[in-house]
Design a protein around this ligand. Structure first.
Ligand SMILES: CC(C)(COP(=O)(O)OP(=O)(O)OC[C@H]1O[C@@H](n2cnc3c(N)ncnc32)[C@H](O)[C@@H]1OP(=O)(O)O)[C@@H](O)C(=O)NCCC(=O)NCCS
Length: 283
């Protein structure tokens, strides 16, 4: 993991609402989310656009290609649900999930349907063979992140968390809670830095996470991420799902995320690393 560096000043500008094909996601609609396992990726690439196929073929490392494909797969399937389009290879192949290539927002996802901007905002994340896409109405920004609840070193806590966050981790009585908090703080920071469009180009300690509800309770819990550079607050949500923790941050308050009707049970998900099983055959 690269060490986070302090650099760009984040902005809270609101993205312009995109308009395009498909039924618009209604304003004020809750965040909706979908997860998918890399084991569900179709072998037939018919679901990809020609541009995505070409892009996927350029990856030198199977892990990075598989992460890219998993992100495309879960995002397209969330987008067709949000826009009430069919979930079949032909419809998925009309959805192009691109990344901004230039400027301060480089890497941020943007969706086109039949080459026109889709009327929604998305954020994508993947971890240990599982991908998540969160969708919301246009004109607002979101960021999501999925992490494993796994051991983190004292150096990780000191280097990447703020003093207040680190102190909260150290104060937890149980090792399990310390692991949850360390990964949750990191997860919420990544979500917020996606909202700000900087990602890890900005220091993770330049945003501070506050957990607004009790930890150790089932269901979605509220959080708030303070942008230390502007004083702005990004509201969000987090939830423990078995081995994983998922967080979402926004640039305005929203109701708790709601999963699409046929979302797999992330709480029962086993972390997987399919690429490790065939390091010599994946290319
Ligand atoms: C955003 C970032 C923190 C996510 O890293 P990660 O934890 O490895 O990956 P996640 O699976 O949680 O998220 C990846 C998704 O974040 C999204 N993303 C990337 N850059 C983003 C940005 N600037 N703003 C918002 N979202 C971004 C993309 O959709 C990406 O998935 P995709 O490439 O398949 O479309 C990281 O990519 C980053 O810091 N990017 C900016 C710095 C940069 O360009 N680094 C180059 C590589 S060192």
């Amino acid at each position: 993991m690269p060490r986070a560096r302090r650099r760009d000043r984040g902005s809270r500008q609101t993205s312009r609402g995109a308009r395009g094909p498909g039924a618009a996601v209604s304003r004020g609609a809750p965040l909706r989310w979908l997860c998918a396992s890399e084991l569900a990726l179709p072998a037939d690439p018919a679901w990809l656009t020609p541009r995505e196929r070409e892009w996927a073929a350029r990856f030198r490392f199977a892990k990075r290609r598989d992460d890219y494909l998993l992100g495309r797969y879960v995002a397209k399937r969330a987008v067709v649900r949000a826009l009430a389009l069919p979930d079949d290879p032909a419809a998925l192949a009309r959805v192009d999930v691109r990344n901004k290539r230039d400027g301060a927002e480089r890497g941020a996802p943007e969706v086109f349907v039949a080459d026109r901007p889709a009327p929604l905002e998305i954020s994508i994340t993947d971890r240990a063979g599982w991908g998540v896409c969160v969708v919301r109405d246009p004109g607002a920004r979101i960021g999501c992140d999925l992490e494993l609840v796994e051991p983190r070193s004292a150096a990780f806590v000191e280097d990447y968390l703020t003093a207040a966050e680190a102190s909260r981790v150290r104060a937890a009585a149980a090792e399990e809670t310390r692991q949850l908090l360390a990964n949750l703080f990191w997860c919420a920071k990544e979500s917020a830095l996606k909202v700000l469009r900087t990602g890890l180009r900005r220091d993770t300690r330049s945003v501070e996470v506050e957990l607004l509800d009790a930890v150790g309770v089932e269901g979605w819990r509220r959080l708030s991420v303070r942008d230390q550079e502007t004083g702005g607050e990004l509201p969000g949500w987090w939830r423990r799902f078995g081995r994983f923790v998922l967080s979402v941050a926004c640039d305005d308050p929203t109701a708790a995320p709601v999963c699409f009707a046929d979302t797999p049970d992330l709480g029962a998900a086993e972390p997987s690393h399919a690429w490790m099983a065939s390091p010599l055959t994946g290319s």
